[in-house]
Write a new protein. Structure first.
Length: 224
């Protein structure tokens, strides 16, 4: 299947470069570019892409608000937003995670890693840029929203022991294949458990599962 992508960045050269790079892949199609958040929201609503590469700092509407609107639209449940940032610990990135971003990518990422990241997040199999994403989430976990810990703990109480084990491995950035090997279960079983976790915890995707795991203390920042 072709992965449909929208690139949103206020710098023409940046978004054009990303579009040319991704468009050169046989399984990826760039269906549009946006120069600000408002354009991105409108374009995504029209095209319903699989992945949006979203810059944070843009005029008219920033990437944070655009991400929040896209993630909050039930009609766009199949669209995953990847935040493009220059700084790996940008304050806005923490807010973007709360807004529903599925992952993060530095703008100086190698071309092959950018292409792989788009494929990975479209498949929903694992967090992209695991090292960067984990550091961001760990930093985020140090300052949870009021009431989030209590709400998360109550949600965790619904989980089976196996589901908690799967959640812990997801939080450590493991792929479905790695989880299957570690827990001695089939790949299909892992996918079933993750689907149940998303439903029980009201999470949009794996990034939010990781956020919940850290925020509730199920996994401690810095844990192996």
């Amino acid at each position: 299947m072709t992965i449909r992508v929208v690139v949103a960045d206020d710098q023409v050269l940046v978004r054009s470069g990303f579009s040319m790079l991704l468009g050169g892949e046989s399984d990826i199609e760039v269906v549009g570019e946006a120069g600000n958040g408002a354009e991105a929201v409108a374009l995504v609503a029209r095209e319903r892409p699989d992945v949006v590469l979203m810059d944070v700092r843009m005029p008219v509407m920033d990437g944070l608000e655009a991400t929040r609107r896209i993630s909050g639209d039930e009609m766009l449940a199949g669209t995953h937003v990847v935040i493009l940032t220059t700084f790996d610990l940008d304050e806005y990135v923490h807010e973007a995670l709360r807004a529903g971003a599925s992952g993060f990518l530095l703008k100086d990422t190698l071309p092959v890693d950018l292409i792989n990241a788009v494929r990975v997040v479209a498949a929903g199999d694992a967090l992209i840029s695991p090292k960067i994403t984990r550091r961001l989430i760990e930093e985020f976990a140090k300052r949870p929203e009021p009431g989030a810990v209590a709400a998360g703990a109550a949600a965790l109480a619904q989980l089976t022991e196996r589901e908690r084990e799967v959640l812990e491995t997801v939080a450590r950035g493991h792929s479905n294949a790695e989880i299957a090997a570690e827990l001695y279960v089939s790949h299909a079983t892992v996918k079933t458990h993750i689907s149940r976790l998303l439903m029980k915890l009201g999470a949009r995707d794996r990034a939010q599962l990781v956020m919940i795991a850290y925020e509730t203390g199920l996994v401690a920042p810095g844990a192996p």
